[in-house]
Design a protein around this ligand. Structure first.
Ligand code: TXA
Ligand code: MG
Length: 338
C-alpha cells in the first residue's frame, strides 16, 4: 500500500477525513502521542487497526471525540463526576472509561461493556474528528510492543506502507499516553498513569481516587523479582510493552549512587565491546522526562546501541510515577538497585 503523507492544512485534513469516512486508517498527531485512527463505529475499519499494529484483538481502543456533546453517542449516562472531569480536563490527556451504548461495536471495546473516551488537545486531531463526522478509535500509532511514537518520523518508521495516510504534525507536547481513569464505579480508579495525576483528579472531584490494584501489584511484584543486580530476567509477554531493540536496565537508588553505577556499568560494558546508551533525566524534571522518554528510546535504537542504562526517577511524584511505569515496562522490569 502507498501511504499518503499529509500536512495539517485544512485541505489535507479533509483528504484524511475522507479516508476515515471510507473505512481507512490515518495516523495523526495528538498532544500525547501519535494515534492510529479509524471510524470507531465501523467494526471492520477498527479491525484493520489491529492488523496494521499487529495488536492482540482483545485490547480495547480509546475513542476520540471533538465535542463534549458527542459523549451522548457513546454512553447512556453522564454522572456528575464525569461532567466535572470533562469540564476540568477536556480537551486534554485524560481518558475516561464509561458504560458503552450498543452502537459502539465490540471490536472497538474488545468485547467489554465499557468504552474509553477522550477529547485530545490538538487542533489537527480535533479538526480531523470534526471533518470525519464520527468518533475516531485510535491506539498509539506504533507497531505493537514498540515505543509509542511522539514524532511524525517515528510513525513513518513503523507504519509506512501499512496504512492509507499519515498526518505529519509537530512533535507531541506531552510525550506519554493519556491518564486512563475508570469512572464506572463510585470510586474513580486510575488504570494507566499519565501527566494528569491522581492528585489533579482528586482536587477536581473533592474525593479520593484509587489506583487499579493490578497496576501497583504488578509493578511491585515485578520490581521485587528484578532487584538482584544485572541478572537478565525474561519478562512475561504481558510486560513486553514499549520495548527498545536494545537490552535495557533501570538503575534505582540514591541519585549519586545511580550516577556512579551508570558510569561503572558503561565502562565495564564498553570494555567488553558493547555500545551503551544512557537515559538520565534531571532528578525532578518529570515533565521533560515524559516528553523525551519514548523519543530517546527510538533514537538509541537508531544508534544501534546494545545496552541502555536508565536512571530511575522518584515515583512519589504523580508524573514521576507515570514515567517510571513506562520506564520499567520498557526494561521488562530489569532493575539494578544501588
Ligand atoms: O494518549 C493516548 O491515550 C493515546 C492517543 C493516541 O490518544 N492512545 C493510546 O491508546 O494510548 P492505546 O490503545 O495505546 O491505549 C489504550 C489503553 C490501553 O491500556 C487499554 O487497555 C485501555 O486504554 N482501555 C481502552 N478501553 C478500555 C476499557 N473499556 N476499559 C479499560 N481499559 C481500556
Ligand atoms: Mg499503545
Amino acid at each position: 500500500m502507498k501511504t499518503k503523507i499529509l500536512s495539517i492544512s485544512e485541505k489535507d485534513i479533509e483528504i484524511a477525513a475522507r479516508i476515515i469516512r471510507d473505512g481507512g486508517l490515518v495516523a495523526f498527531p495528538t498532544e500525547t502521542v501519535y494515534g492510529l485512527g479509524a471510524d470507531a463505529l465501523n467494526a471492520q475499519a477498527v479491525g484493520s487497526i489491529y492488523e496494521a499494529k499487529g495488536r492482540p484483538s482483545d485490547n480495547p481502543m480509546i475513542v476520540h471525540i471533538a465535542r463534549a456533546s458527542d459523549m451522548g453517542r457513546l454512553t447512556p449516562r453522564l454522572s456528575p463526576d464525569i461532567v466535572n472531569l470533562i469540564e476540568n480536563f477536556w480537551p486534554g490527556p485524560l481518558t475516561m472509561v464509561v458504560k458503552k451504548k450498543d452502537e459502539v461495536p465490540d471490536r472497538t471495546t474488545g468485547g467489554l461493556d465499557t468504552v474509553a473516551v477522550r477529547m485530545p488537545d490538538s487542533k489537527a486531531a480535533l479538526n480531523l474528528i470534526t471533518m470525519s463526522d464520527c468518533p475516531i478509535a485510535a491506539p498509539s500509532a506504533n507497531i505493537s510492543g514498540r515505543p509509542s511514537p511522539t514524532r511524525a518520523r517515528d510513525v513513518i518508521a513503523d507504519m509506512d506502507g501499512k496504512i492509507e495516510a499519515i498526518v505529519e504534525g509537530e512533535d507531541c507536547r506531552v510525550g506519554i499516553e493519556s491518564t486512563v481513569v475508570d469512572m464506572t464505579s463510585g470510586i474513580p480508579t486510575i488504570l494507566r498513569p499519565g501527566i494528569i495525576t491522581a492528585e489533579n483528579i482528586e482536587a477536581a472531584l473533592g474525593k479520593k481516587v484509587q489506583y487499579d490494584p493490578a497496576l501497583l501489584a504488578d509493578d511491585q511484584a515485578m520490581k521485587n523479582q528484578g532487584g538482584e543486580g544485572l541478572k537478565p530476567k525474561s519478562p512475561g509477554m504481558k510486560y513486553k510493552h514499549y520495548a527498545p531493540k536494545a537490552q535495557m536496565t533501570v538503575i534505582e537508588g540514591r541519585r549519586d549512587k545511580v550516577k556512579a553505577e551508570i558510569k561503572r556499568l558503561k565502562g565495564l560494558n564498553e570494555r567488553l565491546g558493547l555500545k551503551v546508551g544512557i537515559i538520565l533525566f534531571e532528578e525532578k524534571a518529570f515533565i521533560e522526562a515524559a516528553h523525551d522518554f519514548f523519543a530517546k528510546l527510538r533514537d538509541l535504537d537508531g544508534e544501534e546501541v546494545d545496552l541502555i542504562l536508565a536512571g530511575a526517577m522518584s515515583d512519589s511524584d504523580g508524573v514521576g510515577f507515570a514515567v517510571m511505569n513506562r520506564m520499567l515496562k520498557s526494561a521488562g522490569y530489569n532493575i539494578a538497585k544501588v
